[in-house]
Design a protein. Structure first.
Length: 169
């Protein structure tokens, strides 16, 4: 699904959202289009023709509360681990708790890793020591403002670069 970069009224990047949500914000006059899609694609309805947006900006400023910790979400965890299994290095599809929740493990950044299906199934509710496994990297809490921009990857729309580069460092 096509993603659109959402900017605050101050041009600070907030997040990415699906094209459908972005179009709704623009049609309701809650946002304005900053850049159109570079392919020149258009959306048509019975009464309106609209160029597909690539970057939109909210008309009113939205205050983002300061958070000391980045919220733990599936997308953020997969991005932190680069979509790689923490046990074998293959492509990850699931999330695993290093210390299983059934054994008192918490659902926190330091205890969660991305995992492939076979490794997650083999590990089940056992500890790493019981299996003789080692983590490829120690799970840590991600830091920095750029973790709010979950949808931004290296192959994202090049038109986003002027808005994202200062936050993705």
């Amino acid at each position: 699904m096509r993603q659109v970069l959402l900017l605050n009224a101050s041009y600070e990047p907030l997040t990415t959202l699906p094209l459908r949500r972005a179009v709704c914000l623009v049609l309701r006059d809650k946002a304005e289009v900053v850049h159109h899609d570079s392919t020149g694609a258009v959306l048509r309805s019975a009464s309106t023709v609209m160029e597909v947006p690539s970057v939109i900006r909210l008309r009113r400023y939205v205050r983002i509360p300061f958070r000391t910790r980045v919220p733990l979400t599936r997308a953020a965890l997969m991005r932190r681990d680069n979509f790689r299994c923490a046990y074998c290095g293959h492509r990850a599809e699931t999330i695993d708790h290093v210390i299983p929740r059934s054994r008192g493990g918490k659902h926190v950044w330091e205890n969660c890793v991305a995992s492939c299906g076979p490794c997650n199934h083999r590990k089940a509710d056992r500890l790493l020591e019981e299996l003789g496994w080692v983590l490829r990297v120690t799970p840590q809490v991600p830091r920095g403002a750029h973790w709010r921009l979950i949808g931004i990857t290296d192959d994202s729309d090049p038109q986003w670069a002027p808005y994202v580069t200062q936050y993705a460092a």
